[in-house]
Each structure stands twice: as structure tokens, then as C-alpha cells.
Design a protein around this ligand. Structure first.
Ligand code: TIU
Length: 222
């Protein structure tokens, strides 16, 4: 056990029962021509966290603690993409349409890949998820149960969409959840800030907040 300096209060972390969940650090969200850009977003904000997410992943790898990556994507026939999701809004390109990085948010296409700087290494788990939450219609719950994992550190994009949804799903399933505040980002800075505040408010109603340095220090027992 090591004490993680966190907000709203410190938390004991057991590295043997902890995993890092890196949410959707895919080219479709952080590079021009992908899903995020097709929705009208400025993707440069998200690109800026890649080095910090890399440092967090490296800290987990060095400590021998489980690293899990997720990708928001759909099977090529889009049978796992509800029309309500595909037809939402008026994007330049819809899920499944051909863009500069292949078909938008379709598994196996270049845009659905995790950015090369954060590529999973052999032995790390990659979860393809059709929803915003990482537990919905995936094996994640079973994988965590099989490994006896009870504490989760979250990073990735976007803070208020897939990260927050996944963290809330995990909180309801009884996991203690920590969000790495400098290893997550939103297309909307105000939404990120609001998300951090709502997670830690009311005595940590959804979980804890800590920086990458605080988390890596705790994992290494310093
Ligand atoms: N649009 C947006 O902010 N996010 C998503 O659609 N997916 C994730 O957050 N991964």
C-alpha cells in the first residue's frame, strides 16, 4: 500500500490491485481529419497531453502495474453503432464514412489506432468499445474481476465524454477511481474544469483527482 496525495483527500493505493485505463488516445480524436475534427473541434488541445499520458503509462510499466487501453470504434458493418449515434448532429463526416485516415471510428482503420507515441506494448490489454463508457458491451468488467483489480486510474480523452462516462460506470461497479488531471483533456477547457470539480465535490462523489507526478510517485512508493 502507498499513500497517494489526491483530492479531495489522500487515498491508499495497492499497486497489485490497480490498473491504468487509458481512454481513446486514438488518431480519430487527436489528429486532423478524424472524428473529433469532423465534429468541428480543435484537436490541438488534445495533442498537447500526449507526452504526459506517455509519462503516466511509463510509470505504470516501470512499476509492473496493469495498463489497459481503450478505443472507441465500431465493426465495419456498423451493426454495433446505433443509428441514434451515427445520425447525431451535422458532422462533416459520420461514423463509417471514408476520411483521410480511413473510415471514421471503424476498427482496423488507421484513424481508430492509438497514436503511435502511446501504442500498447505486448501483454497490454486493448478494449474496443462501441459506446462512450468502457464497460458497456465490453469484457472490461470480467477482465478486471479476473485480475482482482479494485482501483482504477483514468487518463485519456475526452474528459467529460468517454473518460467521465467510464469513470462513473466504474464507480457504480465498486471501483475506487482516480483521474489523472494532467493526462486528460477536453475540446472544451471549461468542460474539463467542471468535470474535475464535479468528480471531487461532495467528498469525492465519483472519485479522486491527482497529477501524473503524484500517481507515479505513489506507485513507486515515494
Ligand atoms: N466528442 C467527444 O468529446 N468525445 C467522444 O466522442 N469520444 C470520447 O470522448 N472518446
Amino acid at each position: 500500500m502507498s499513500l497517494l496525495s489526491a483530492r479531495p483527500f489522500a487515498i491508499d493505493i495497492d499497486p497489485a490491485r490497480t490498473a491504468l485505463i487509458v481512454i481513446d488516445m486514438q488518431r480519430d480524436f487527436v489528429e486532423p481529419g478524424g472524428f473529433g475534427a469532423s465534429l468541428g473541434n480543435d484537436v490541438t488541445l488534445l495533442q498537447a497531453i500526449i507526452p504526459t499520458v506517455g509519462r503516466l503509462i511509463a510509470g505504470f510499466r516501470a512499476a509492473g502495474v496493469t495498463v489497459i487501453h481503450t478505443r472507441e470504434c465500431h465493426v465495419p458493418d456498423l451493426s454495433d453503432c446505433p443509428p441514434a449515434k451515427r445520425n447525431r448532429g451535422n458532422p462533416a463526416l459520420r461514423i463509417g464514412d471514408a476520411g483521410p485516415m480511413g473510415r471514421i471510428l471503424v476498427a482496423g482503420e488507421p484513424g481508430a489506432d492509438i497514436v503511435p507515441e502511446l501504442a500498447p506494448i505486448v501483454g497490454e490489454i486493448v478494449i474496443d468499445k462501441p459506446g462512450k463508457g468502457a464497460f458497456y458491451a465490453t469484457e472490461l468488467g470480467k477482465i478486471l474481476a479476473d485480475r482482482g483489480i479494485r482501483q482504477l486510474v483514468f487518463a485519456g480523452v475526452t474528459t467529460e465524454v468517454c473518460v467521465q462516462t467510464s469513470m462513473r460506470e466504474a464507480n457504480d461497479r465498486g471501483f475506487e477511481c482516480v483521474l489523472a488531471t494532467d493526462a486528460t483533456e477536453s475540446y472544451f477547457p471549461a468542460f474539463k474544469q467542471a468535470t474535475l470539480e464535479m468528480i471531487a465535490a461532495q467528498g469525492g462523489i465519483v472519485g479522486w483527482l491527482a497529477t501524473t507526478d503524484e500517481i507515479v510517485s505513489a506507485l513507486h512508493g515515494s
